[in-house]
Structure formats: structure tokens, C-alpha cells
Design a binder for this molecule. Structure first.
Ligand SMILES: C[S@@+](CC[C@H](N)C(=O)[O-])C[C@H]1O[C@@H](n2cnc3c(N)ncnc32)[C@H](O)[C@@H]1O
Length: 250
């Protein structure tokens, strides 16, 4: 039996790792780190640095594997993602079997927490069909928590709901019904520009929790152009960017 440890590592600050995460990592026989070619946004170096620091004196072996690419040409988005997840599950299976056979503990370091816009648990479900797996999740600090902490704000108003969605949904479908507070993730296109800014406040953050962190907040009408400019400039300077924001309407 293989035990797969999905360890939430927070959003780039090594101090986000919980003691539970450290213990789980040190208990692993094999740690798998995905690499997306020369793409800095795969954060392979950061994962490697965490391992270098925490695995001293442990028997865990660290193996870097090349992440298969998603076929962006596939017009059926869901089918493309399904094929891609199958391909990743195959690479995991092959790497695990080659490195430790069919017994032991394998760790994957999950950005933030595995519950939030992350497909690792779904991919693990596919590996299971090939190799019997026990999946254990170690929770991590999400980018949404890191954002609210950096701005020192609560995510919800008293007794009110909030809704987490993607930049694409906001752009294509407008402000969703049912919540006056939205958290927007996976937005490469500053989709807040598609919202009527009247009475809306934004709390924006890029690289939250990391040394590069930038946060801005204020009325959307005033701040939108500045965020667009800051985002473009930071992305050019670092070669990659991850940002997240909260919108609240009065
Ligand atoms: C694939 S999702 C992974 C989310 C992750 N599982 C979590 O718990 O936060 C990637 C998105 O999370 C957000 N994100 C992750 N890390 C971030 C960071 N350090 N700063 C700002 N946004 C971040 C961005 O919206 C990014 O597009």
C-alpha cells in the first residue's frame, strides 16, 4: 500500500508550514516535486528549498518529475483537463513504482491547501485505479487566508455569505447572485475591470505571503488602473505573478 501525503505548504512563506506539515514531510520515503520546464511559476525551487531545509537527517528521497503539458488546442476544455489529469496520474504511478515500488509514504507539497482550486485530490483518485492508495491531507494556509491576513480584514460581513470564484467567471457572467463579497482567484486578466465600480471596494494582493508581496486596497474606481499597471510591471520584473483579490459592494 502507498500512502500519499498531500501536504499544504501555504503560499510561499516557509513559516506558513505547520508543525503537522513538517512532521508529515519528514516521515515520507519519497517527495515528488513537479517541474513545468523553465516556468518559474511552477515554484519548484521553492519546494526544493523547503525540502533542503526540513529534510536534513531524514531518509526521504526527493525526485523532480516533468509535469505533462495540457493540450490547450483541445476545444473541449473538460476533456482536455481529463486527459491531462490522466497523464499526470500515469507519471506519478510510474515514478512511485520506479522509486519505491508499491509500499511506502509519498509526499506532494501542495501550494496553499489541496481543497482550493487544486486538482491533486482529483488526480489521486485516478492513480488509485492503478495502485491502491491511502490519501492523507495535511491542511495548509490558503492564498485567501494570506490575503485577508495581509490586509487585516475579515472575509465576511457579520452573518453574511461570501463567494469564491475565478476571474473568467466574473468576466463572462458578471457579479454572481447571492453574495456582496467575492474572492477572485485564477485571474490573468484583471477581470475586476468588467465590474461596475460604483460602491465597490477592492483588496488586492500579489505574491501574498512571499518576500515580493504587494498589496493595495481602496475604491475600485480609483484603484483599478493602478492595479493593472502594478500587475503588468511586477509580472515583467519577476517573470511570473499570482494575484488574488476581494471585491465588496456596499
Ligand atoms: C491553482 S490556484 C491554487 C490555490 C491554492 N491551492 C490555495 O490554497 O491558495 C492558484 C491561484 O491561487 C492564487 N494564489 C496562490 N498563491 C498566491 C499568492 N502567493 N499570492 C496571490 N495569489 C495567490 C491566485 O489567484 C492563483 O491564480
Amino acid at each position: 500500500m502507498i500512502e500519499l501525503l498531500l501536504i499544504g505548504i501555504g503560499t510561499g512563506n516557509p513559516d506558513h508550514l505547520t508543525r503537522q506539515a513538517e512532521k508529515a514531510l519528514r516521515s515520507a520515503d519519497l517527495v515528488l516535486i513537479p517541474r513545468k520546464g523553465a516556468n518559474k511559476a511552477d515554484l519548484a525551487e521553492l519546494r526544493q528549498a523547503i525540502c533542503d531545509e526540513l529534510l536534513q537527517g531524514s531518509a526521504a528521497r526527493v525526485v523532480i518529475f516533468d509535469l505533462p503539458k495540457r493540450d490547450a488546442e483541445n476545444l473541449d476544455y473538460r476533456a482536455g483537463v481529463d486527459d491531462w489529469h490522466d497523464a499526470i496520474a500515469r507519471v506519478w504511478t510510474d515514478t512511485i513504482q520506479a522509486e519505491i515500488g508499491d509500499t511506502g509514504r509519498v509526499a506532494l507539497l501542495i501550494w496553499g491547501d489541496p481543497s482550493l482550486y487544486d486538482s491533486t485530490l482529483r488526480i489521486a483518485g485516478r492513480v488509485d485505479r492503478a495502485v491502491p492508495l491511502k490519501v492523507t491531507v495535511i491542511p495548509g494556509i490558503t492564498s485567501l487566508q494570506a490575503l485577508t491576513a495581509s490586509h487585516a480584514i475579515p472575509i465576511n460581513e457579520i452573518g453574511a455569505p461570501f463567494l469564491v470564484t475565478t476571474g473568467r467567471k466574473l468576466r463572462e457572467e458578471g457579479w454572481p447572485a447571492g453574495a456582496d463579497t467575492l474572492a477572485i482567484m485564477l485571474d490573468g486578466e484583471c477581470s475586476f475591470q468588467a465590474v461596475d465600480p460604483e460602491g465597490v471596494t477592492i483588496w488586492w494582493g500579489a505574491y501574498v505571503g512571499m518576500a515580493e508581496e504587494i498589496i493595495l486596497s481602496g475604491p475600485l474606481a480609483e484603484l483599478a488602473p493602478r492595479i493593472v499597471e502594478t500587475r503588468a510591471e511586477s509580472r515583467a520584473r519577476h517573470g511570473w505573478i499570482m494575484d488574488i483579490y476581494i471585491l465588496r459592494r456596499a
